[in-house]
Ligand binder design. Structure first.
Ligand SMILES: C[S@@+](CC[C@H](N)C(=O)[O-])C[C@H]1O[C@@H](n2cnc3c(N)ncnc32)[C@H](O)[C@@H]1O
Length: 221
């Protein structure tokens, strides 16, 4: 077990990160930058969403994306955000003003939902925190709870396209970020892993506003 799925990892999120998560993102990405990223998720997934759909925001953190999706989608969609950290979920619950949105503490490795339950699953900025074994396990759980034809949207880190930036970025990912995440390895393997778990890739799109530092991967069960 790595730090990321250990008790320590959850405790760091519960006790420390959850307190500063929202403000930290706003400082790191700027409020407008965060909004661009969150809105790009909505724009990519919303064409697939119909009235009455069930949508899961997996590893939802403090629920900022989940709440934005709820605000912008049909009122009679059912939206559920789940996260391993009780600290993150407590923050999300405090912000929730919608009756069609629920948050719950849950491990993405062991989802408490029946097979073929959701029409769409989104997972934002969480897969890079999981090692290969955990990632495959989580992708297999997503595949299980998605209906046939259902959509999985992944928002994740992405290597910049410009060569000079890529050298700097890979230095950062290969040495510094490697201590705290599996981003480097995730970025190189995610498409193969999605295929292996039975998803069909619809598209992989870098988000231009951030020098392509983020990407959206849309796939279908
Ligand atoms: C960087 S945060 C991203 C949060 C949110 N999706 C967002 O876009 O702001 C990663 C989140 O993944 C959650 N997480 C990591 N492993 C998990 C697991 N096995 N099950 C559920 N949540 C998990 C963490 O608790 C954390 O809140």
């Amino acid at each position: 077990m790595t730090f990321y799925q250990s008790k320590g990892y959850k405790q760091v999120y519960d006790i420390f990160i959850s307190k500063f998560y929202d403000i930290g993102l706003k400082i790191g990405l700027t409020p407008n930058g965060e909004n661009v990223l969150r809105t790009s998720v909505f724009k990519s997934v919303s064409p697939y969403i119909k009235k009455g759909d069930r949508i899961l925001d997996l590893c939802c953190g403090t629920g900022t994306l989940t709440i934005l999706l709820t605000k912008l989608l049909h009122k009679n969609c059912k939206i559920i955000g789940v996260d391993l950290s009780s600290g993150q979920i407590a923050k999300a619950q405090k912000k929730n003003r919608y009756s069609n949105l629920k948050f719950a503490i849950m491990d993405a490795n062991d989802l408490l939902f029946p097979n073929d339950y959701f029409n769409q699953v989104v997972i934002s900025a969480a897969l890079h925190e999981m090692n290969k074994k955990q990632r495959l396990n989580v992708l297999s759980e997503i595949h299980r709870v998605l209906k046939k034809g259902g959509i999985l949207l992944i928002l994740e880190h992405h290597e910049p396209l410009k060569a000079s930036l890529r050298i700097l970025y890979n230095f950062y990912l290969g040495f510094i970020e490697k201590i705290t995440s599996h981003s480097f390895e995730m970025q190189r393997n995610i498409l193969k892993e999605l295929n292996k778990m039975g998803f069909n890739i619809l598209r992989q799109t870098p988000i231009k506003n951030f020098l392509n530092f983020f990407q959206i991967i849309l796939s279908k069960k």
